[in-house]
Design a protein around this ligand. Structure first.
Ligand code: NAD
Length: 284
């Protein structure tokens, strides 16, 4: 029996942290990234053993590449993922596990299974990583898992559950797992946009948002978020856009669409200092 070998594909924030955790767990971890800088960092920090020359002979492939357009981090983009799948179809080991940790939209995992010609197991295990709370919300935290078939989930339990010791919440279909992540981030987008709306309302009505928020949040089941610099980073805008595109196919109206309009208006609002009364210039 040869030792289990892992290939982490994409060595950015998620991939690097996965590789670091897996190496710490004693697995043999190699890495691949289109960015020389990302590979160099992983090698220098010894979170990977070596750069993968090709994708042959691994037991577990963990895909952690970005899923936004290279020129627009708010726009979803899955071509890179499909390119990786095409390469895996040619070079990957039959019967190995392909775990998609990157955020994807509904239907992506099954497209990848098709590209692979059903030769490997495919699961989606969306990440909930939060860089600022790496010990509590890093690689080892409860993760939702959905597979393209029962055999895929079985194989994934062995890797993510037993070898990596990650608490898993299995769902019946891979589509539910795909939706989980983009809905979680849409929900958060909506909550922040509501805080932004309230802050604009206060600024234009001569009220103190901070005081209003603190007062509201004394209610046991309400937690109005802070309103800061607009909803940034690549995850919330991109993931909510993925959900919005799906929801538009079946619904006439969307609270997420409204939230996006509010966030755009809020960005314009805070870009004009004269609009913001002195009392509200502190975040939140
Ligand atoms: N960072 C987070 O907190 C977080 C949390 C949950 C989910 N995610 C999701 O995880 C995925 C990765 O996020 P990240 O923050 O690590 O991104 P990142 O930008 O830090 O890293 C992505 C890496 O993927 C590489 N890459 C892009 N296309 C590639 C390709 N075709 N082949 C090989 N490498 C490629 C890039 O060079 C980069 O090093 C995204 O889908 C993101 O939405 C991120």
């Amino acid at each position: 029996m040869h030792p289990k070998r892992v290939l982490v594909i994409g060595l950015g924030q998620i991939g690097y942290s996965n590789a670091e955790y897996m190496t710490m767990k004693g697995l043999t971890v190699d890495g691949y990234d289109i960015s020389e800088k990302a590979v160099r960092r992983a090698l220098d920090d010894q979170v990977i053993r070596k750069r993968a020359a090709n994708f042959a002979n691994y037991d577990y492939y963990v895909i952690c590449i970005s899923t936004h357009r290279p020129d627009d981090m708010f726009a979803p983009f899955l071509d890179g993922l499909y390119d990786i799948a095409s390469r895996l179809a040619k070079e990957g080991r039959t019967g190995a596990l392909v775990g998609i940790d990157s955020t994807i939209t509904r239907g992506t995992s099954k497209k990848i299974l098709d590209i692979l010609g059903h030769r490997m197991h495919v699961v989606h295990v969306p990440h909930r990583f939060y860089i600022h709370e790496k010990s509590d919300h890093g690689v080892r935290q409860t993760r939702v898992i959905g597979g393209c078939g029962d055999c895929c989930v079985e194989k994934a339990r062995e890797f993510y559950g037993e070898l990596l010791d990650i608490p898993l919440h299995p769902v019946q279909s891979v589509e539910v797992a795909e939706l989980c992540k983009i809905v979680e981030n849409s929900y958060r987008f909506m909550e922040i946009a509501f805080a932004e709306e309230l802050r604009m309302f206060c600024d234009r009505s001569g009220l103190d948002f901070k005081e209003l928020r603190e007062a509201i949040n004394t209610k046991w089941n309400v937690k109005v978020m802070e309103a800061r610099d607009g909803i940034g980073g690549h995850c919330l805008p991109k993931d909510s856009q993925m959900f919005l595109s799906l929801s538009k196919n079946v619904l006439d109206s969307s609270i997420i669409e409204a939230a996006k309009k509010v966030d755009s208006e809020y960005r314009r609002h805070i870009s004009v200092p004269a609009m913001i009364p002195k009392i509200h210039t502190q975040a939140g």
